[in-house]
Design a protein around this ligand. Structure first.
Ligand code: SAH
Length: 221
């Protein structure tokens, strides 16, 4: 049953998504799997996409943006090793889907998007679902969010030409960042750790994200 007392017709789809797309491909972190079971992905999809919201693919949203494929979202969250006491920054709110997952995993979530229209759509959905540990911001997230730093974890949901220095600066010692780095046409997911002030990078899978547009990202157009 969903929180509003209506039977959740999407729950079976969510269980199948977790088993066939996530667990079978090696996602092991039980907190991540539980969050992916809990968050109603269909609530963040455009109405005509609701029936396909749990499919093994990205979902197009407004402003030519996308919600990432469930596996990619889960792989990023697993790599971040988020703890319940963590303060987290998400760059690229988009639909708010990944924001909700972060809110299940962390103490506090700050999420920023350059498109006010997307933030204005995501806010009421997140509120209706009952999340109270999320603050949404409009602006250039390639420069981070200094007023809410330092962060234990940063997830960048858009492709960057390199790790933006302000984001690395705003990581706490021991903090983790996941970010797709490369060209606008293809990137590798990088896991960045701050260890004794130094940047340690481990390279993960190949991915394709929409570009990070901003001061420390790509130029618009
Ligand atoms: N995580 C989202 C998907 C994000 S798509 C979800 O679950 O739905 C990438 C998002 O990054 C887009 O919404 C885009 O507007 C945003 N974006 C691109 N450049 C940005 C920047 N410099 N600062 C903040 N957001 C940015």
């Amino acid at each position: 049953m969903a929180g509003n007392g209506q039977p959740d017709v999407h729950q079976a789809a969510r269980i199948a998504m977790v088993e066939t797309q996530l667990r079978s491909r090696g996602i092991r972190d039980q907190r991540v799997l539980d969050a992916m079971l809990a968050v109603p992905r269909h609530e963040f999809a455009p109405p005509h996409y609701e029936g396909r919201a749990y499919g093994d693919h990205p979902i197009p949203i407004a402003e030519s943006q996308t919600i990432s494929q469930p596996y990619v979202v889960a792989a990023m969250l697993e790599a971040l090793e988020i703890r319940p006491e963590d303060n987290v920054l998400e760059v690229g709110t988009g639909s708010g889907y990944q924001t909700a997952l972060l809110a299940e995993l962390a103490r506090r979530v700050h999420s920023i998007d350059r498109h006010a229209t997307l933030v204005e759509q995501a806010g009421p959905i997140l509120k209706r679902l009952g999340y109270e540990n999320i603050a949404l911001h409009v602006g250039d997230g390639s420069q981070g969010l200094p007023q809410a730093a330092p962060f234990d974890a940063i997830v960048v949901a858009a492709a960057a030409p390199q790790v933006p220095p302000p984001l690395f600066e705003q990581l706490r010692e021991g903090g983790r960042m996941v970010i797709p780095v490369g060209s606008p046409y293809g990137q590798e997911l990088q896991l960045v750790r701050k260890h004794q002030g130094q940047m340690l990078i481990s390279r993960q899978e190949g991915v394709r994200f929409v570009p990070l547009i901003g001061e420390e990202g790509f130029r618009a157009g």
